[in-house]
Design a protein around this ligand. Structure first.
Ligand code: PGA
Length: 259
């Protein structure tokens, strides 16, 4: 099962993940990071930006999970723009080493295959940061996504478009389609780190960690991964039946183990 760590605050989660990423880059200067967008990973990026001088990022590459289809990359809410603003610039990553799926309509038919090939050429993703949607999605793999899926176009659920309307002038402006790493792509990353904060995520987190493994709750794919870490605040942990055990295990975690 995934290791579950319950922390007092999102900032504390950000600091823990930053520690792990800094250690990864020290051990492997050409590390490949998997980046997520949305509100959830921001504390990680902030913690990393404040510790820039502890890392040599010159050989690090990164792959984003997903992108909207048909939204110009120059749009402020394209995930290319978000990743540039929230990660590439504050950390000083080399822009040419940071990849986002290509949502341009002209090339969309082979954009998924192209992205898979680029990940493979980079040697695979070492650490994939994940958020989880209120409907249980990871990346933009909505309920029903195949566990074997690779990067491809998906249709967003009404719930996801409602959740993301806060980034746009209205819900109608949220694109209908996206291109996302598949659950199979995500499973291929060597370490998964899923973060969730706030009571709105409690049901999805409990389903992902403790519910049946089912395509109806894509986050439950984490239960099949050899190295998955779930870091949540108290609110997001509220529906976990085994929360006391997770606290006990973390309090007694061997000091030599990282995340
Ligand atoms: P959020 O989105 O981080 O903005 O809550 C998470 C997700 O949809 O995966």
């Amino acid at each position: 099962m995934a290791e579950v760590i319950i922390v007092p605050s999102a900032d504390e989660a950000g600091a823990l993940v930053a520690d792990e990423i800094i250690a990864l880059i020290a051990a492997k200067p050409s590390a490949v990071l998997g980046l997520a967008t949305g509100s959830t990973p921001l504390p990680v990026y902030r913690a990393l930006a404040s510790r820039r001088d502890e890392m040599d990022l010159s050989s690090v590459s990164a792959f984003a999970l997903d992108e909207y289809v048909g939204l110009p990359v120059t749009h402020a809410e394209s995930y290319r723009s978000v990743i540039t603003r929230e990660v590439v610039e504050p950390l000083g990553l080399k822009p040419s080493r940071v990849h986002v799926p290509n949502g341009a309509l002209e090339t969309i038919e082979h954009a998924g295959e192209d992205y898979e090939a680029a990940i493979e050429e980079a040697g695979g993703i070492d650490l994939q940061i994940l958020g989880i949607g209120t409907d249980g999605h990871i990346g933009f793999n909505e309920p029903g996504s195949s566990f074997a899926s690779r990067t491809r176009v998906k249709t967003l659920t009404a719930q996801t478009r409602r959740d993301n309307a806060r980034f746009f002038a209205s819900e109608d402006e949220v694109p209908m389609h996206c291109i996302t790493q598949g659950l199979g792509t995500i499973q291929s990353a060597r370490h998964l780190v899923l973060l969730a904060f706030g009571s709105g995520k409690a049901r999805a987190v409990a389903g992902a960690v403790e519910g049946p493994v089912t395509a109806s709750l894509p986050g439950s794919a984490l239960q099949l991964h050899r190295r998955a870490t779930v870091i949540v605040d108290e609110e997001a942990a509220a529906e976990l039946a085994n929360a006391d055990y997770y606290r006990h295990a973390y309090a007694n975690k061997p000091s030599w183990q990282g995340l």
